[in-house]
Design a protein around this ligand. Structure first.
Ligand code: SAM
Length: 237
């Protein structure tokens, strides 16, 4: 496991210099959905959206994609979470240089979504991830034997209790483990260039995969480091 507290847009040049190749890239970059909150009066408070921080406001959603694809091995999966508003743009970018092909859209269906503005809107209970693979290569798809056809749906609660860290958009560990089990094999190397609190890494290591993670913000990097260092070593008996 290797993790870096730096900018993923710069770190890619080191990865390229060292000729790093990864088996899979599974990542949850900023969605750019944050809005400034201005709770000046109670009457308009619930009209305002969420504000996760500056990192979620002017993120460059597209330019990292093709350059990171270059360090993905043939047969590798590229799984990117993004907001429903950005889905088609991110898909176009993944397929732009004709080396990758989008296979499916994965849906994370939250079992306990946050109820907001419930008398005026549907509850926001779903997030999406784009699954793409390298063209011309055989990808991994570990379909469970007891399921005749697998829907691209992952049903888990949002994080709470002991699992919860201070990261405002932390993904559920079960969600990441379910995805990793279907799309990767044991001992393969998974890269998350925007790892936040390190959930992809925790899921990867707990499932006997290797992990490389990058996170820009010191505070989140510290959380990820602590979580990853606290995974008990497994003994090969
Ligand atoms: N899946 C993560 C988890 O479970 O904690 C949350 C990831 S969060 C949506 C995206 C992360 O990308 C944020 O923690 C943010 O600080 C980080 N980030 C934003 N720009 C970055 C950059 N240029 N390089 C590396 N990390 C960056």
């Amino acid at each position: 496991m290797k993790i870096y507290n730096c900018d993923a847009f710069e770190k890619i040049y080191d990865f390229q210099k060292s000729k790093l190749k990864v088996d899979h890239i599974i990542t949850d970059p900023p969605y750019n959905i944050s809005q400034e909150n201005n709770f000046s009066s109670m009457s308009n408070a619930n009209r305002h959206g969420v504000d996760f921080g500056e990192w979620d406001k002017k993120f460059d959603l597209y330019s990292w994609i093709n350059i990171y694809c270059q360090i993905l091995k043939p047969g590798g999966s590229f799984i990117i979470f993004t907001s429903y508003r950005n889905l088609s743009y991110v898909i176009d970018m993944i397929e732009e240089d004709k080396k990758m092909v989008v296979k499916d859209i994965l849906k994370w269906i939250k079992l306990n979504p946050m109820p907001r503005n419930i008398n005026r809107r549907y509850v926001q209970d779903t997030e999406f991830a784009i699954w793409a693979v390298k063209k011309g290569a055989k990808w991994i798809f570990n379909k469970p034997r007891n399921i005749s056809y697998l829907r691209a749906e992952f049903h888990t609660p949002v994080v709470s209790g002991r699992e919860r860290t201070l990261h405002p958009t932390q993904k559920s560990l079960k969600l990441m483990k379910d995805i990793i089990e279907i799309h990767t094999k044991k001992n393969q190397l998974i890269l998350d260039p925007f790892m936040g609190s390190g959930t992809t890494g925790v899921a990867a290591l707990e499932l006997d995969r290797d992990f490389i993670g990058v996170e820009l913000e010191k505070e989140y990097f510290k959380i990820a480091k602590e979580r990853l260092n606290n995974i008990p070593e497994k003994l090969d008996l």
